[in-house]
Write a protein that binds this ligand. Structure first.
Ligand code: B12
Ligand code: SF4
Length: 320
């Protein structure tokens, strides 16, 4: 069947989900509910009025980290395992009249031309990207470009990133509007901190998957929920995203998968949820049941620790 005839996830409400060793195959028709994404006021303001050119830079991970699995990537012609979902989510939250260029330092070169093009640099990531993020701050300053940092490591250790011009800490969904207002008013620095765990993810817009070069990755991430009910002592999740999982709606996540299909993506999709099936019984069951056989153009991966035993059979009784 040609690409144009592929059934969408929203039409079929079906997909196959691989959970490490197992696969969920259960079907139900999905009731489409209208959902309203968060919208930033896109009208030009006084101060910096022309649409901003934003260079999104995903910092390099420390070399030799197990999780870089470079050799596995090379086997299939990819450059790095996972796409930068945080940054493309931020791009979707910013005014869409702004222009975006994404450079992933793990997959491609960051050039002088990229810096010359940009009005503003935005960067950030996890702890193993900290040295490169700090180096990027210096590089931006050498080139006279303002830089905004955000993401999990800046949120955990903001004091380390004091040299950045702006910090946007925590989940960006609401607080990014305050940054945009400050930027457009001509401000040159500021710290914007999101109220913890209050983001309604049902209002999050689909990430800007169109900014990705899919061939660079082993898998592309999507996120259905944030937060985890457990409290493993080594894990930052409950500090960053809370103990009460917040989930997107099923139509919302199917729309994200459809967008990937429409952009031509075929392959592995990683549900990057902190604990995909660790959330409330009702929600995780509803979500699992909305996936089933019938759309084999993507395979789905996730790592989870179930909270309710009853969730397990839906996964373990499946096959393909
Ligand atoms: C998928 C994932 C991975 C993937 C790779 C992902 C990738 N893109 O490269 C894999 C499995 C490889 C991985 C590995 C590791 N990971 Co990891 N990972 C995740 C996970 C589960 C999801 C990431 C994601 O896509 N989130 C979805 C996006 C939308 O959320 P977000 O990134 O937080 O973005 C939001 C905000 O933070 C903010 N934001 C993000 N970036 C920016 C940038 C700017 C400028 C602004 C303004 C805002 C902003 O806006 C977004 C919307 O609200 C997170 C947990 C989590 N819930 O995020 C852990 C997490 C990021 N990982 C973590 C860790 C510790 C690791 C490892 C070091 C584990 C280890 N011990 O080896 C390794 C290191 C990898 C390496 N190569 O060296 C920690 C980071 C903690 C910290 N304080 O830095 C987290 C938070 C999990 C935890 N247990 O605490 N990881
Ligand atoms: S189950 Fe996973 S996400 Fe939840 S607290 Fe433990 S390690 Fe963190």
């Amino acid at each position: 069947m040609g690409k144009s005839h592929l059934p969408s996830f929203q039409e079929t409400g079906q997909a196959a989900i691989v959970h490490a060793k197992t696969m969920v195959i259960a079907t139900m028709s999905v009731q489409m509910a209208a959902w309203q994404p968060l919208a930033i006021d896109d009208r030009p303001r006084a101060g910096r009025s022309r649409p901003c050119r934003v260079l999104l830079i995903y910092p390099q991970f420390i070399p030799n980290s197990f999780w870089n699995y470079k050799d596995t990537c090379r086997l299939v012609g990819a450059e790095y395992p996972a796409a930068p979902l945080g940054l493309i989510t931020v791009a979707a939250l910013l005014p869409q009249s702004w222009e975006f260029r994404l450079v992933n330092r793990n997959t491609e070169e960051l050039t002088a031309a990229d810096f010359d093009w940009a009005d503003l640099v935005m960067s950030g990531g996890m702890i193993t990207q900290q040295p490169d993020t700090l180096a990027l701050i210096s590089r931006c300053h050498e080139r006279g470009k303002p830089i905004v940092v955000g993401g999990p490591d800046a949120t955990s250790s903001p004091h380390l990133y004091r040299s950045a011009d702006f910090q946007v800490l925590g989940e960006a969904e609401h607080v990014i509007a305050d940054f945009v207002a400050a930027w457009e008013a001509g401000e040159n620095s500021g710290i914007f901190t999101a109220e913890k765990f209050t983001i309604d993810v049902t209002k999050s817009p689909p990430p800007r998957f169109d900014l990705l070069k899919f061939e660079q990755y082993l898998h592309v991430g999507v996120q259905y929920s944030r937060g985890c009910p457990f409290t493993c002592e080594f894990c930052d999740i409950i500090e960053l995203y809370g103990r009460v999982p917040r989930t997107k709606t099923t139509p919302q996540i199917l729309a994200e998968l459809d967008q990937l299909l429409r952009l031509g993506y075929r392959g592995h999709v990683d549900f990057v949820d902190d604990n995909l099936i660790g959330n409330t019984r009702k929600r995780s069951k509803l979500f699992c049941r909305s996936f089933g056989p019938g759309n084999t153009h993507m395979t789905f991966l996730s790592s989870s620790r179930p909270r309710h035993r009853s969730t397990l059979p839906m996964i373990t009784n499946s096959s393909q």
